[in-house]
Design a protein around this ligand. Structure first.
Ligand SMILES: [Zn+2]
Length: 200
């Protein structure tokens, strides 16, 4: 009897969706932004997003992934769809191959790849799969596919999606910190009467 996995077809498909791929790109860019990213930490993000384990990354592979991540950051830094499209077109022209379909030997839903083959190095895979997902999101939403956190003390990128109000921060934590800082700024400006009393 064939084993039926707990994971539903919907989950199986969602795990490989364009949106999940773009979110994986953002998560990888954020761990790879460290000066010396821990290879184990990078591998854990890959596993979290459904890559098959075990994943052993060497320092050289992580270094190459950091170079790819730096290129991809330019897409997240773009303020408009036009700007993001220019960056993506350049990356697609200079770093990726022709479009092909793969199911990784039947282990995943059919999906598109633009790296050379299923065994391409991690850095090539990161750049190609990210360009693909970000290009499709830009196409679909007609806006930049991602953003950089508006907090001056945070370098995180995130995937902007949906039709709600424009999101400015990578996380609730950054949004709260900035709101508290803005409140304190207003408070201390309003409290200048205290300062006028001079030093104690
Ligand atoms: Zn942030």
């Amino acid at each position: 009897m064939r084993y039926i996995p707990e994971v539903s077809d919907a989950d199986w498909s969602t795990r490989h969706s364009v949106l999940t791929t773009a979110r994986r790109t953002a998560a990888l860019l954020n761990v790879l932004a460290d000066d010396r990213p821990d290879p184990g930490h990078v591998a854990s993000v890959l596993l979290e997003y459904g890559e098959a384990g075990p994943i052993e990354l060497g320092p050289d592979e992580v270094d190459e992934m950091r170079v790819a991540a730096a290129l991809l950051r330019q897409v997240f830094a773009a303020a408009t769809a036009d700007e993001a499209a220019l960056v993506l077109n350049r990356l697609l022209r200079e770093h990726t191959g022709p479009l092909r379909l793969t199911s990784h030997g039947g282990t995943t839903p059919w999906h598109a790849h633009i790296d050379r083959d299923d065994d391409a190095p991690w850095a090539e895979w990161l750049l190609a799969s990210s360009c693909m997902a970000l290009a499709v999101l830009l196409w679909d939403l007609q806006r930049p596919p991602g953003r950089t956190c508006a907090s001056g003390s945070c370098r995180n990128v995130f995937v902007a999606q949906g039709s709600g109000p424009e999101r400015r921060y990578c996380s609730r934590r950054c949004a709260t910190r900035e709101r508290v800082a803005a409140h304190r700024g207003r408070h201390s400006a309003g409290g200048s009467g205290d300062a006028a009393q001079g030093p104690a």
